[in-house]
Ligand binder design. Structure first.
Ligand SMILES: [Fe+2]
Length: 266
């Protein structure tokens, strides 16, 4: 059994500061860690798919390392549009998966699968892009892992959400990425963040899932002139599992916190 817990968009703030001046994103991330520590079986890896911090500042990354300290599982983190590659790299310099320079792409073996963390961030801007170097790295990894399931993890998802104020900051020029994905049959699923909501779609037969935020969720408003907004909907993460039996690869949406129950099974 291989289990990966995906969290996203935790938006950690400097100690004592609120996210958007309103929400204690650090306390909400601490609750997520408590929930992860209760998982049975334990996940092989906790993967956080970007927007680790809100402003990419060194004191936010310092707060993040403190908040991660109680986590009982291995973890890996990747950048989103609110992160800063240099400050992220400095804060996680002790982690073997982190590349020493350039875009923060990396591959990790996790049980039966290989995770390909694909950096879609553009320094100083909120939309996502994939450089030629990024696509070349991805193709090399896909070709080198033809005989095992691969998960592509990225901050910006490679599709149009239909929420206009989100799509302004989406992944641009996805054509070459879609074409590349279509040429390989070892891609088990694509997982992303950025949109602060659970969404599912696909490229060909490859499913794409987005992970909710551990803090606020972006409002589902699809009218063309929609006002951007967020809600304190229940925060959640995703548990991706691969069992021994064929057909046992599944992704579960899991709410964070403690809930009334267990009640009798019915
Ligand atoms: Fe975010």
């Amino acid at each position: 059994m291989t289990v990966i817990a995906q969290l996203s968009d935790i938006h950690v703030r400097p100690r004592g500061m609120l996210y958007q001046g309103l929400v204690d994103s650090n306390a909400m991330f601490a609750r997520a860690i408590e929930t992860l520590n209760r998982l049975n079986p334990a996940p092989n890896l906790v993967l956080i798919t970007g927007d680790l911090t809100d402003e990419g500042s060194p004191d936010e990354y310092e707060a993040l390392r403190e908040l991660l300290a109680p986590l009982k599982h291995a973890f890996a983190v990747m950048p989103g549009n609110h992160d800063d590659r240099g400050h992220l790299r400095a804060a996680f310099a002790d982690q073997l998966w982190l590349p020493a320079e350039g875009e923060l792409h990396f591959g990790i073996e996790v049980g039966a699968v290989r995770i390909l963390a694909l950096d879609t961030s553009v320094p100083g801007l909120h939309h996502g892009e994939l450089s030629l170097a990024s696509l070349t790295w991805l193709e090399q990894e896909l070709a080198a892992n033809e005989h095992r399931p691969v998960v592509i993890a990225m901050h910006h998802p490679p599709f149009v959400t239909g929420i206009p104020y989100l799509d302004l900051y989406g992944l641009r020029d996805v054509g070459a990425f879609v074409e590349l994905v279509s040429r390989y049959d070892n891609i088990d699923r694509i997982v992303a963040g950025h949109v602060h909501r659970s969404m599912q779609t696909r490229i060909g037969s490859v499913p794409i899932l987005t992970c909710p935020s551990t803090t606020t969720q972006i409002a589902l408003r699809v009218e063309p002139d929609a006002e951007p907004a967020s809600y304190l909907e229940p925060p959640a993460f995703i548990l991706h599992r691969w069992g021994e039996r064929p057909g046992s690869a599944v992704s579960h949406l899991c709410y964070i916190g403690r809930f009334e129950g267990p009640l009798p099974f019915a």
